[in-house]
Ligand binder design. Structure first.
Ligand code: G1P
Length: 297
């Protein structure tokens, strides 16, 4: 029987320099879309996929992230006294069972692969998920859940995949497709941030992974790759070279790159419009803005 995926790694050690000065004193994962921090979107998605253990790879200055998942007894009792049940249940979602969350520290910014490798002792010998909280995915069925369901059939390694415009491919890990089966592709190779003319396709890796423990072994021996960093893409590509299965999964949903300002603003608009209590007021404001822009042209 294939083993269920119950552990997920959240690499959150990055400095978030693209969002300075905001990220001078708050981790970028605490930045909010409407009223929920980016990390909460990632946690909710992981829970929906059946994840029970959450491993954060952190670095200096990320203390606010640890506090965020603590219980807040005073706040909770004041909400309880006031009968604010909705807010109380919102808050409940942010609490982690003792022992369900673990923090490991990445002492040096050596790359995404290195960050994931820092979790190897906590993962042990089982398949695990990786979620990059910068990639926020709006979907009816949460992306990682779509993937765990597909993975239960295939086993092996699986990465979320999405077509990107060819001129953008060099910003991603890119798949060399062996066979295209529609929602899934089998993969011949993977290249991290290929030069424009060297991209094997325009099918890009998005920040959701289900990986075998072999990838952790590869990471241990990995040399620096693109950008002088230890790359997760390279460690997964090693699995293909070893003759093991790697799949790309074309998820159903819309992905926002919240690691970039434009992507973050787009996500704010999309998630704002998706809220029942905001969509009328916010929607008419956007309509107004649009007509003012058009009139000015
Ligand atoms: C990382 C991965 C890359 C992937 C991307 C998705 O890159 O290394 O393979 O395509 O996330 O967001 P980063 O955006 O951290 O440079």
């Amino acid at each position: 029987m294939k083993r269920k995926v119950t552990k997920a790694v959240f690499p959150v050690a990055g400095l978030g320099t693209r969002f300075l000065p905001a990220t001078k004193s708050i981790p970028k994962e605490i930045m909010t879309l409407v009223d929920k921090p980016l990390i909460q979107y990632a946690i909710d998605e992981a829970r929906a996929a059946g994840i029970k253990e959450f491993i954060f790879v952190t670095s200096r200055g990320k203390g606010a992230l640890e506090d965020y998942f603590d219980h807040a007894p005073e706040l909770e009792s004041s909400l309880r006294k006031k009968g604010k049940k909705d807010l109380l249940s919102t808050l409940k979602n942010t609490n982690m069972e003792s022992g369900a969350i673990a923090y490991v520290r990445q002492y040096k910014a050596l790359g995404l692969g290195h960050a994931v490798g820092c979790a190897h002792r906590l993962i042990g010998n089982e398949p695990f998920a990786v979620i990059l909280p910068d990639d926020v995915i709006a979907a009816d069925t949460p992306c990682l859940q779509q993937m765990t369901e597909a993975h239960a059939e295939t086993g092996g390694c699986m990465v979320a995949a999405m077509e990107v415009p060819p001129e953008k491919a060099s910003a991603y890990g890119v798949l060399d497709v062996r066979e295209d089966m529609g929602s899934m592709v089998s993969v011949n190779g993977m290249v991290e941030k290929p030069a424009k003319e060297e991209a094997p396709s325009n099918l890009a890796v998005i920040g959701r992974y289900i990986l075998t423990p072999d990838v952790l072994k590869n990471l241990n021996k990995m040399k620096k790759g693109a950008g002088g960093e230890i790359q997760l893409t390279d460690a997964i590509a090693k699995e293909i070279q070893a003759g093991r299965d790697v799949y790309g999964y074309r998820f159903r949903g819309q992905r926002f790159d919240c690691g970039s300002k434009a992507g973050y603003l787009q996500a704010t608009v999309a998630f704002g419009l998706a809220r029942a209590e905001l969509k009328d007021e916010f929607g008419s404001y956007l309509d107004e803005m649009l007509s003012m822009r058009q009139a000015a042209e």
